[in-house]
Design a protein around this ligand. Structure first.
Ligand SMILES: Nc1ncnc2c1ncn2[C@@H]1O[C@H](COP(=O)(O)OP(=O)(O)OP(=O)(O)O)[C@@H](O)[C@H]1O
Ligand SMILES: [Mg+2]
Length: 243
């Protein structure tokens, strides 16, 4: 269980980017985080992973995030950054995926199996000995997800995971994320993706929860989405009422 209570983030220049955010994510639940540009999605994700400072409570598997147990929390909360270049920096993808488990002191034999397993799961076995510098945007995204999965996190936070993906890679990612048993909070502007992968959606506006509920309902609600600085997914009903 992942609990977020009254979380706020104020940047040094005074911007209140996340304002009193409270939410629970049950084990295995996938929640989409929608909201216009500047709504606070990325800030929330960085705060939940303890990468930037926040006020309020974050509790992962009964452990409360604080300065003392930050390394414990980082093992449990995996972040897939908006830009995959932020998490691929070793000589090749094998080494990138092995990096986290190696830091935990896991033996090389176990690491080898774990890396192979994650490469297979994400259909990127052919990238094993390539360097991230020579990969396409979509390939980098998959490799970044593999590095996070290798840490066996209990919660995954993903920031715009479908950015740079072509339709086929996007479909591949949808199929993979749907199957993964991890709790997930996924910031995205790709609302049809959100609808397929996440049963529930939270809409952020000015750092606050503006609305939340079933993705299949709120993402199609023209009026609600417009008020949330978003645009509803097109459907037959929306098409007729727009004309
Ligand atoms: N380092 C910073 N210092 C000051 N303000 C910041 C900083 N980073 C972000 N902000 C502000 O915080 C607010 C939230 O930004 P954030 O990047 O979290 O939004 P977002 O919802 O992820 O947007 P996008 O959809 O464009 O990715 C914005 O008003 C932004 O200008
Ligand atoms: Mg963002």
């Amino acid at each position: 269980m992942f609990k977020i209570e009254n979380l706020s983030v104020k940047y040094p220049d005074g911007t209140l980017a996340v304002d009193n955010f409270t939410m629970n994510i049950s084990s295995g639940e996938h929640i989409a985080l929608a909201g216009g540009n500047g709504a606070g999605k990325t800030t929330l994700i960085l705060a939940l992973a303890g990468i930037i400072e926040s006020d309020g409570k974050v509790i992962v598997d009964n452990i409360e995030l604080n300065k003392k147990n930050i390394s414990e929390i980082r093992k449990k909360v995996g972040v897939v950054f908006q830009n995959p270049d932020d998490q691929l920096f070793m000589a090749n993808i094998y080494e990138d995926i092995a990096f986290g488990p190696r830091n935990l002191g896991i033996d090389e034999e176990t690491i080898r199996h774990r890396v192979d397993d994650r490469l297979k799961l994400l259909n990127i076995e052919h990238l094993k000995y390539k360097t991230a510098l020579k990969l396409s945007g979509g390939e980098k995204r998959m490799a970044a997800i593999a590095t996070v999965l290798a840490m066996k996190p209990s919660v995954m936070l993903l920031d715009e995971p479908t950015a740079f993906l072509d339709p086929k890679s996007r479909r591949n990612l949808i199929n993979i994320l749907k199957k993964l048993p991890h709790s997930m909070l996924i910031a995205t502007h790709d609302l049809t993706f959100a609808n397929e992968v996440c049963e529930n959606t939270v809409i952020l506006k000015y750092g606050k929860i503006f609305s939340q509920g079933k993705s299949s309902e709120i993402l199609y609600d023209n009026d609600l989405m417009n008020r949330g600085n978003l645009e509803a997914i097109e459907n037959d009903y929306n098409k007729t009422t727009k004309q």
